[in-house]
Design a protein. Structure first.
Length: 244
């Protein structure tokens, strides 16, 4: 296991927020502000991201999920709401599958469950310079380690995620799949995930990209609040949910 740097905000139901790959918890700040009161928000930074130093060896989403589980256990938390965006969503999905005792619900944002779910041309593109500068501002490993982080991330995305549809069918937790209508994930792939989930919800946000997290945080926060609401219904004419 690898100790993760983390921050906490607010009081209320525990809510774990997992940042996108190549970034740090600053990417979550607009959403944290939009969520308002009512949550105890925990925002860890994964190995090789933000203020958490890198670890020996290759990265895997399963290892990141195990690091995250260890953090929740250290905080004596279980049955937490989880939100993840892009790579953070994949970490959250691994966490929910491996440790359902720790996860109450999952918001799975802008990510595939298999590597072929990305749109053509998304993987392999060079990372923008601002990401290197942001890394250098926080990383204990220093800017000289940035090329190693980029290389590890590239190798990770060549082989992962690799979660099966049968794994999704066995996930007994509510999951909200959310993405922008101009996102980096193929629509048919996201629909395949939604249809496999026993308790899934699906939201496509108009005029939004892979940057929905910072483009429309208020709308995203409203979707999350509705998803978490104990008073939500199946609507007036349910078809898929009406068969349960």
């Amino acid at each position: 296991m690898h100790d993760l740097w983390f921050a906490e905000h607010g009081q209320g139901e525990p809510f774990l927020l997992l940042h996108p790959g190549g970034t740090d918890t600053r990417a979550l700040q607009p959403l944290v502000a939009a969520l308002g009161d009512g949550y105890r928000i925990i925002t860890p930074e994964q190995r090789g991201h933000g203020r958490t130093p890198d670890a020996e060896g290759e990265w895997s989403f399963a290892h990141m999920a195990a690091d995250t589980a260890a953090l929740l256990e250290r905080l004596k938390l279980s049955n937490v709401h989880v939100f993840g965006w892009s790579d953070g969503a994949i970490v959250g999905l691994h966490l929910a599958l491996a440790r359902p005792d720790l996860v109450r619900s999952l918001v799975f944002g802008a990510a595939p469950f298999r590597v072929d779910g990305w749109r053509d041309g998304v993987l392999g593109e060079p990372l923008p310079d601002f990401m290197a500068r942001a890394y250098a501002e926080l990383s204990p490993d220093g800017l000289e380690h940035w090329p190693a982080v980029v290389a590890k991330s590239a190798r990770l995305h060549e082989r992962e995620p690799a979660i099966g549809v049968d794994d999704l069918r066995g996930l007994k937790r509510p999951v909200l799949v959310v993405m922008g209508d101009d996102d980096e994930v193929r629509f048919e792939h996201a629909i395949e995930m939604y249809e496999a989930l026993p308790d899934g919800e699906f939201a496509v946000v108009p005029r939004a990209t892979h940057g929905l997290l910072v483009e429309k945080p208020d709308l995203l926060a409203r979707l999350i609040a509705d998803f978490h609401s104990p008073a939500k219904s199946n609507g007036v004419a349910p078809l898929r949910r009406g068969q349960r």
